[in-house]
Design a binder for this molecule. Structure first.
Ligand code: GLV
Ligand code: GLV
Length: 316
């Protein structure tokens, strides 16, 4: 059975699949596979391992005539038309759990980076020939006793909250369901979205992107943020109306913002790059050696299970 892998991934999943007796091939690049080649290669594949830049839309799914499983090398699956895949009886899997801690580390890094103005400090040191210590130089915000609002208290949101609880933050969260264990463990309190935005010193966004969450944080909602607050996003750029946030940052209506994801990726809004009060990372939430290998292993496991007639480990 044929497996097509749309990029070179850490851990070389094609080798593991070949060892298991599958006819696995890989697009030999770390760059995205061109659309035509993607559709052509997928036509005869029994299984496909995709990355978040591959659009698995209706057109693509209609060409996947033999495909039984698409294993997405990401926890997010907004690149896939999951409803249409279900109609076509194609199983979709993702990579939850294995990237939770890595991504929460990046969310915490963005919070620290914004609060302590690490990016500005680092840039100054690269241009300086000595340290110019001054009492009011690069004053940031203390994290102890601050309120952290978690938007989306899933695995990554909770893991981020636990890290920041260790820094002395109080936790409030906005989520569909109440998270009893989370509340017990660190005293987190469930609130409405408006209450969260009005009361948080730090907001961290952890929602999947779908029709309900697209621009959930629009201009009107962002205006509720406190003037000394920080907002960071490690989920998907489109959950925030980015231009509205840029406006707030330009007018210094909030203290800072940290981004690992952007609206309209892979493009970046050049307005963001001009701002001092932002901390910008290139979508590296899951980019640790440990996690990226584990993501490959999980994709392989999902593909192998489905092709051998067993249940996938992490179906969407
Ligand atoms: C990365 O953005 C992922 O969804 O895994
Ligand atoms: C700072 O370095 C201090 O000693 O207070």
């Amino acid at each position: 059975m044929k497996v097509f892998i749309t990029r070179k991934f850490p851990g070389e999943p094609e080798k593991i699949l070949k060892a298991e007796g599958f006819d696995a091939s890989v697009y030999q690049s770390e760059e995205p596979v061109p659309r035509n080649e993607f559709l052509n290669k997928c036509k005869n594949a029994d299984a496909i391992i995709t990355s978040l830049t591959d659009k698995v839309d209706k057109e693509a799914l209609d060409t996947f005539t033999k495909c039984k499983v698409v294993a997405n090398y990401a926890v997010g699956y907004n690149n896939i038309d999951v409803d249409y895949a279900r109609k076509k009886k194609i199983i979709i899997t993702n990579t939850p759990d294995v990237l939770t801690d890595a991504t929460a580390d990046v969310a915490a890094s963005l919070i620290l980076g914004c609060a302590r103005r690490l990016r500005e400090g680092e840039a100054i040191m690269r241009a300086a020939d000595s340290i110019n210590w001054k009492p009011s130089f690069l004053l940031g915000l203390e994290l102890k006793n601050k309120t952290l609002g978690i938007i989306g208290a899933g695995r990554i949101g909770q893991a981020t909250a636990k890290r920041m609880h260790g820094f002395g933050c109080k936790i409030i969260y906005f989520n569909r369901s109440k998270k009893e264990n989370f509340e017990k463990e660190i005293g987190a309190k469930k609130v409405s979205l408006n209450t969260l935005l009005k009361n948080s010193d730090i907001v961290s966004v952890h929602l999947p992107l779908n029709e309900k969450t697209f621009h959930l944080l629009d201009e009107e909602k962002l205006k509720l943020l406190k003037p000394d607050s920080i907002i960071v996003n490690t989920s998907r750029g489109e959950v925030i109306e980015e231009m509205a946030l840029i406006k707030l940052l330009k007018k210094k209506k909030i203290f800072g913002a940290g981004f690992d994801v952007y609206e309209g990726e892979p493009k970046i809004n050049p307005e963001l790059q001009k701002l001092d009060n932002v901390f910008l990372l290139p979508h590296i939430g899951s980019a640790t050696i440990e996690t990226r290998f584990a993501m490959s292993a999980l994709c392989v496991q999902n593909v192998t299970n489905v092709l051998k007639g067993k249940k996938p480990v992490t179906p969407v």
